[in-house]
Design a protein around this ligand. Structure first.
Ligand code: SAH
Length: 506
């Protein structure tokens, strides 16, 4: 049976600008054919089961020629696969999306097109340039500045200047002097505000403000490279006032986010929203102990317990899996009270339709043990090696409990010399740790004896920090054990880091 091709616009760089429909298509893909300008964070959304084909094009010389790309799409669809063709920005905006679909239409291959956010509009937007504004213009024009070798630009500059609209040139870095010359000769004022935006919507974004006449010189002085867009028009004058993105507290800061493999990157999303250049590193895996005779036995005599205590979403997941295996569901838990160490664990319960009866005011094992409203016996479902702080607190309060291991942490990371070198060289000044096991997971990748003196570990709590310190990592601890608090800590630490490095330069 013939497969299908879905052409998906990946947006300009910020992974948050991928559409919901595009994401869904990506998650269902069997084969993904992608380009150079697609962000790594979006590539990370491709399911591990899907095959990926990189047909990324280098400027000027094509890595994989277009006719070959068309052929790959055709072959994969004919082989019956669900193919996603992932392209930067919007596929039809100078993206040859139309050409790719023509080949499929000829052969009656089913296809779909999911538009993307184009860099032509999003890069100016992130740079504080609204492409239209009632006070300045009544049209916007998007033009390719791509120049065929040895040929003059095929642009009608006089027609463009007559529109008095905002002009946006893509692929124009090389031809910038010729574009400016063309507009000046067509009578545009040399004082017209103009700008370039490089790596728009990513944490490496840079804006160059100028006038039409000074743009080539300013851009050269800043060393503006592709991918960049050129914007010409009165609206560029608004950039210094409207440039919200430049003000983000973590802009350009490199942060390594260590996390469990199966947990979606909510921390990464929060850090990216603050402008950080996030390097996601899934370094641990939690594996439910299944079947789990100890848990099954405890669940069979659940009436003995007054409280069921969870210290992580993984514990809740292990319970769900065991109940399912036993042919039961959450109704089995009626009559027992539920405690969660923090909001993340409470959310995992909520996903099962359950409400946590108790969450400690401070999200850690010690406060959970101390604050649990004391009456009756407690069943703790948690990791193989859980924090002793919880059971110590219960012991002190003479509350009886059963501590059952329901999942274990697995470290199976390939050695990465590149990651070790980057951390040793101080290229990634911050690493977030959400548990002591993420510290161990990272160490299992970079190997023992690494010099981590240039790394600051942003830790979710005391225990995590203690593990990081063991490896010579300087630590800062979130005000409470929650992802929001960790994101705030990152913003704060990065701001202080900037001040310090500023002082070092002086
Ligand atoms: N289909 C894409 C454009 C492909 S042409 C889209 O809709 O965005 C490639 C050109 O797009 C680059 O030469 C550059 O001019 C522009 N571009 C793509 N991503 C960009 C980014 N993040 N910042 C600035 N310009 C970008």
């Amino acid at each position: 049976m013939c497969g299908k091709v879905t052409l998906v616009g990946a947006g300009p760089g910020d992974p948050g600008l991928l559409t919901l429909k595009g994401r869904r298509a990506l998650e269902q893909a069997e084969v993904v054919v992608y380009d150079r300008l697609v962000s790594p964070a979006i590539l990370a959304m491709i399911p591990p089961t899907a095959r990926t084909i990189d047909v990324g094009k280098e400027a000027a010389r094509h890595k994989v020629p277009q006719h070959r790309i068309n052929q790959i799409l055709l072959e994969e669809a004919l082989a019956g696969h669900n193919v996603v063709r992932l392209k930067g920005g919007d596929p039809f905006m100078f993206g040859r999306g139309g050409e790719e679909l023509e080949g499929l239409a000829e052969r009656d291959i089913p296809f779909e097109e999911i538009p993307g956010v184009t860099s032509a509009i999003a890069a100016p937007a992130y740079a504080g340039i609204p492409v239209t504004h009632r006070d300045y213009c009544s049209s916007v024009h998007i033009i390719t500045g791509h120049q065929r070798a040895g040929k003059p630009l095929a642009i009608d500059f006089e027609a463009l200047v007559r529109t008095k609209g905002t002009l946006i040139f893509l692929m124009g870095v090389t031809a910038l002097p010729a574009i400016v010359e063309g507009l000046l000769q067509a009578g545009m004022s040399p004082d017209t505000p103009a700008a370039m935006v490089e790596n728009g919507t990513t944490s490496a974004q840079r804006r160059c403000d100028a006038t039409l006449a000074t743009l080539p010189e300013r851009a050269a002085a800043m060393g503006i490279h592709s991918p960049a867009i050129i914007v010409v028009g009165e609206v560029c004058a608004l950039a210094p006032r409207l440039c919200w993105f430049d003000k983000l507290p973590l802009l350009g800061q490199k942060i390594l986010v260590t996390r469990p493999r199966d947990r979606v990157g909510t921390l990464s999303e929060k850090l990216r929203a603050l402008g950080a250049d996030v390097w996601e590193y899934p370094c641990i895996e939690t594996a439910p102990i299944l079947p789990c005779p100890a848990m099954a036995a405890a669940l069979a005599r659940l009436a003995d317990y007054r409280w069921l205590v969870f210290t992580s979403p993984a514990g809740v997941e292990a319970l769900r899996a065991e109940l399912h295996r036993m042919g039961k569901d959450s109704r089995h838990l009626a009559g027992v009270q539920l405690a969660a160490i923090g909001t993340g664990t409470a959310r995992a319960l909520a996903a099962m339709g359950l409400t946590a009866d108790y969450i400690p005011p401070v999200y850690d094992a010690a406060h959970l043990g101390e604050g649990l409203p004391a009456h009756g016996k407690v069943l703790i479902l948690r990791a193989e090696i859980g924090s002793p702080a919880l059971t110590a607190a219960l012991d002190r309060r003479a509350i009886s409990y059963d501590d059952v291991a329901v999942y274990r942490t697995v470290y199976q990371n390939p050695r990465s010399e590149a990651l070790r070198a980057a951390l040793e060289a101080g290229e990634v000044p911050f690493v977030t740790f959400t548990s002591a096991s993420t510290v161990k997971g990272l160490l299992s990748t970079i190997g023992d004896g690494a010099d981590l003196s240039r790394v600051t570990g942003l830790c979710i709590g005391e225990q995590t920090a203690a593990e990081a310190r063991k490896h010579g990592i300087a630590v800062e601890i979130a005000r409470e054990a929650a992802i929001d608090a960790l994101a705030d800590l990152a913003a704060d630490a990065a701001a202080r880091h900037d001040l310090l490095s500023g002082a070092a330069v002086l």
